[in-house]
Design a protein around this ligand. Structure first.
Ligand SMILES: [Zn+2]
Length: 477
């Protein structure tokens, strides 16, 4: 494997408190050095990549992705899903277990891991089910799943309704040092709701999915985390009440955490009334900040690419989620990348499946709503995509420390680009963000020292024939 020297980038590694213009040297697929004047350590034949003006950071981690294999490869495969991850700047993803069959046996874990080794463009970490068949009735063989290599357990897509079973799961996992992730949804309260219960559910005549349907389970999880001492991580939180509950619980030092997805802080339920309503109401400030006189993207009312679970909520909830990410209550950002085929989404709103793709837009939307909006410093935003998910899943990732596998993301926080359906690597096209002009873009993705994707605008690597030549190049700069 070729050695690689990334020069002149702004290197931001929150895990080491590092934020300087510096070089990064990768040798043998591992981080050899980060700093100044390190090109003399460059072995013969090393390649150089000038990334001046760009940010170089630990490879981004998305801890909530649906890769759909096994069983649903019409929607996505490990190959296409990880290609989308690479394009989005992600070097690691954790895939959810609600596949067909679900990941509730060691055999399915092994199948995904082997396939990911062969066909995955980025690192794939597997999560297993909490309950058998994700049915919420009896515990899955959690010890065997751990032995087979899962990094967490979750029934994502579903929620364990029975508090007693959740309690036993939490007590049981303590001995395996496995985090429990939970999709928070009380089935009785939510029933067959498809959109946030509020003004727009009434106006549009769609059944409401009330915020309390999420908050009830968040509250239960807090109480169970306190009772058992096991870590519970609440997935894709969407409501102001959930953020408040989590903030209070964390202030009390309980082992509980949460994550936010960009669609919940970029959009609101007004978007389901169509683009005109959205841009004139909850989307107005977005257009003022980022529109720059361009024609605003159009979509019709009842567009099923705005249907997800939990649903888009009110402007007040959106603000609370943004505040939660800003103050660290929600310490992790992720996509909930949930691909579905066109034929599944092109039906009446009530019948369409929940979920949208997100791997290729989440970095840009997060940069726009959190960094360009001046809520978060760049290092804090990067930490929510690197050190924080690595800590949750106990991965030796999310850092540029010497000797770790060289997973590195190069991105330009200011680059404006249009998200184009034709350029997406995902197998599915259920994104609400096609045609949007976004600000901030992954330019290069390096996994284990290998460039697995690069934007055509990134300069080609220039090979230095010897370290002396590298020195000369460095001197000439
Ligand atoms: Zn979910």
């Amino acid at each position: 494997m070729k050695s690689l020297l990334l020069t002149n980038g702004r290197v931001i590694d929150p895990s080491n408190g590092f934020d300087e213009v510096a070089d990064v040297l990768i040798v043998g697929g591992r981080i050899q050095a980060v700093g100044h004047g390190i090109s003399r350590e460059c072995p013969d034949g090393a390649e150089r990549l000038d990334v001046k003006g760009m940010v170089v950071c630990p490879g981004l981690i998305d801890c909530h992705v649906h890769l759909r294999e096994p069983g649903q490869s019409a929607k996505e495969t490990i190959a296409t899903g990880t290609a989308a991850a690479a394009r989005g700047g992600f070097t690691s993803v954790a895939c959810m277990p609600n596949t067909v069959p679900p990941v509730d046996t060691p055999g399915t874990v092994a199948l995904i891991r082997e396939k990911a080794d062969r066909e995955g463009l980025v690192n794939v970490f597997v999560t297993g089910a909490i309950t058998r068949n994700i049915a919420g009735e009896e515990l899955a063989p959690i010890g065997s799943l751990k032995q087979a290599g899962v990094v967490a357990i979750t029934d994502d897509g579903h929620c364990v309704q029975n508090g007693e079973i959740m309690r036993r799961a939490l007590e049981y996992v303590r001995m395996f040092h496995l985090p429990v992730l939970d999709h928070c949804q009380d089935y009785n309260l939510v029933s067959d709701g498809v959109i946030h219960e509020g003004y727009w559910s009434s106006v549009l005549g769609l059944r409401g999915w009330p915020a309390v349907g999420e908050e009830t389970i968040v509250a239960r999880n807090i109480l169970l985390a306190e009772l058992t001492g096991a870590h519970v991580h609440c997935q894709h939180l969407s409501s102001a009440g959930s953020v408040r509950l989590l903030r209070e619980a964390r202030q009390r030092g309980l082992p509980i955490s949460g994550e936010a997805c960009p669609h919940h802080f970029a959009l609101t339920d007004a978007a389901i009334a169509g683009s005109e309503v959205f841009w004139n109401t909850d989307g107005k400030s977005f257009l003022e900040d980022f529109g720059r006189g361009r024609e605003a993207p159009f979509w019709p009312s009842y567009d099923t690419n705005f249907k997800m679970n939990p649903p888009l909520r009110s402007a007040k909830d959106r603000e609370a989620v943004l505040e939660g990410v800003t103050d660290g209550t929600l310490e992790i950002l992720c996509s909930d990348h949930a691909p579905h085929c066109d034929f599944e989404k092109e039906v009446e709103f009530d019948y369409a499946p929940f979920g949208i793709t997100g791997l290729e837009t989440e970095l840009a939307l997060s940069l726009m709503l959190l960094y360009h909006s001046k809520r978060l410093k760049l290092a804090d935003l990067i930490s929510r995509f690197t050190a924080a998910p690595a800590r949750l899943l106990h991965l030796s990732k999310g850092t540029l420390s010497m000797g770790v596998a060289a997973d590195v993301t190069i991105f330009d926080p200011d680059k404006e680009w249009v998200f184009d359906r034709a350029e997406s690597a995902s197998k599915s096209f259920n994104s609400p963000f096609y045609g949007w002009t976004l600000k901030g873009k992954a330019m290069g993705t390096i996994v284990g020292g290998k460039i697995v994707w690069q934007d055509p605008a990134l300069p080609a690597t220039a090979r230095a024939d010897s370290s002396a030549a590298a020195e000369k190049l460095a001197a000439a700069e």
